[in-house]
Ligand binder design. Structure first.
Ligand code: RB5
Length: 162
């Protein structure tokens, strides 16, 4: 399945470099913009990419802005989406293996192209491990649902016993 990618004007160059890198790995890529360095409201791009993932049109997405933070904050507001900002290989691996994140975000003002490529490579190669993380990710999904009308928040109590 193709990976969906998006960025704001601050990250246009890095998005182009990561797109080319993904293609060089044989990965199909759907580019949801931006397509030049004209200013954009980055939440609009995050919304497009996160919605495409939440709808099941794509299993995984990459969002890049200046810091990666605004993209992650926005993407995580879309029900069902787990987005994480990762600028190192360990976090990228854990975001998949432990957190089952579908969206990787990065900051073009934080990492250089070569580091970003190693992060993407590690993230692509990592899958959710399940095991002890299954109940924790399931709890995240339940909490998400409490705030999106699928579950009654007043009936929910947190539990630390895993
Ligand atoms: C520029 O709009 C900058 O705020 C943006 O790229 C990003 O860093 C936000 O989190």
């Amino acid at each position: 399945m193709p990976i969906v990618i998006g960025c704001d004007e601050a990250a246009f160059d890095l998005k182009e470099a990561i797109k080319a890198y993904l293609i060089s790995l044989g990965q199909e890529v759907e580019d949801m913009g931006v397509y030049d360095k004209s200013p954009v409201l980055y939440p609009d791009i995050a919304l497009k990419v996160a919605t495409a993932v939440a709808d099941g049109r794509f299993e995984r997405g990459i969002l890049i802005c200046g810091t990666g933070l605004g993209m992650a904050i926005t993407a995580n507001k879309v029900p069902g989406v787990r987005a994480a900002t990762c600028h190192d290989v360990y976090s990228a691996e854990r975001s998949r293996k432990s957190n089952n994140c579908q969206i990787l975000t990065m900051g073009a003002r934080v990492v250089g192209v070569e580091v970003a490529k190693t992060v993407v490579r590690a993230w692509l190669a990592s899958e959710f491990e399940g095991g002890g993380s299954t109940a924790k990710v399931q709890r995240m999904i339940e909490i998400d649902e409490m705030f999106h009308g699928k579950r009654d928040a007043s009936q929910e109590g947190g539990s630390c016993s895993v």
